[in-house]
Design a binder for this molecule. Structure first.
Ligand code: NAP
Length: 232
């Protein structure tokens, strides 16, 4: 007979959380969903998010610049001794033939979509290890599981993020830290404003945010390591 689980659903009340790419789309909706659950949310982005809430604080950050990431986490750590939740969501797409993608555009995609996730992760991991708990959610993409024409830069960044996440999941699970990757398909956000590709079927960013928060709220002995979400 199964015994009663002693593991409780993760309670987000007053829990500090950092969300990157908080100014629009999936990141903005994740901020809203976490605030609804009672979390204290720090949003990192270049533009100010349209969020007015006593438990929200925006830190203007260009995530392609390591010094700005370090500066924002310095500010966060002056206020919070421990950040148990990080959502690495910021990202951009650059699409086109490989010989049309400039080295500058390539570098920006890798910096924001991949390197920033590593830099933010290393800011929170030491305290998570001490507390032997914490959750890191990386917002990757179906483009991180399957390459497509015109996607060389974007797919490279997202395959990289998926590889980083899988290795990190194995590295941190022995410390009680969960690493979860969410791989959405087409979602109706500003992401497509700069893209020549315009998918007909798109999901709502609120629904992706709901999935992210549901994964975070699972009991802390449950590790949802990869979630793929497609439009139906
Ligand atoms: N939309 C889709 O179909 C789709 C599908 C799969 C995966 N995704 C992924 O989902 C994530 C969120 O994208 P979205 O669809 O919500 O698009 P979005 O509405 O364009 O949001 C992108 C966010 O990333 C931030 N960002 C981009 N460059 C930045 C930089 N240099 N510094 C700081 N923040 C930066 C933006 O903030 P600022 O511009 O204010 O800096 C914005 O808040 C991305 O990682 C994307 O790859 C999207």
């Amino acid at each position: 007979m199964a015994t009663q689980s002693t593991h409780l659903h993760v309670n987000l009340q007053k829990r500090p959380a950092v969300v990157t790419g908080s100014s629009s789309g999936i990141g903005l909706q994740t901020v809203n969903a976490l605030l609804e659950k009672g979390a204290l949310v720090y949003g990192l982005s270049r533009r100010e998010p349209p969020v007015e809430h006593e438990r929200f604080r925006w830190l203007k950050t260009d995530l392609s610049l390591p010094a700005e990431i370090a500066g924002s986490f310095k500010t966060i750590k002056e206020r919070e001794t421990y950040v148990p939740l990080l959502v690495n969501n910021a990202g951009l797409g650059v699409f086109g033939d490989v010989d049309a993608i400039t080295p500058e555009a390539w570098a920006e995609v890798i910096a924001v979509n991949l390197t920033a996730a590593y830099l933010c992760t290393r800011e929170v991991v030491p305290q998570m290890k001490l507390h032997r708990t914490g959750t890191i959610v990386n917002v990757s993409s179906i483009a991180g599981k399957r390459g497509f024409k015109g996607g060389s830069a974007y797919c490279a960044s997202k395959f990289g993020l998926n590889g980083f996440s899988e290795a990190l999941m194995e590295e941190l699970r022995e410390f009680g830290i969960r690493v979860c990757v969410v791989n959405p398909g087409s979602t109706d956000t500003e992401f497509f404003d700069r893209s020549a590709v315009q998918p007909a079927k798109r999901m709502d960013p609120e629904d992706i945010a709901r999935i992210i928060v549901s994964a975070i709220e699972l009991p802390d002995n449950v590790l949802p390591d990869q979630i793929v979400v497609r439009p139906l």
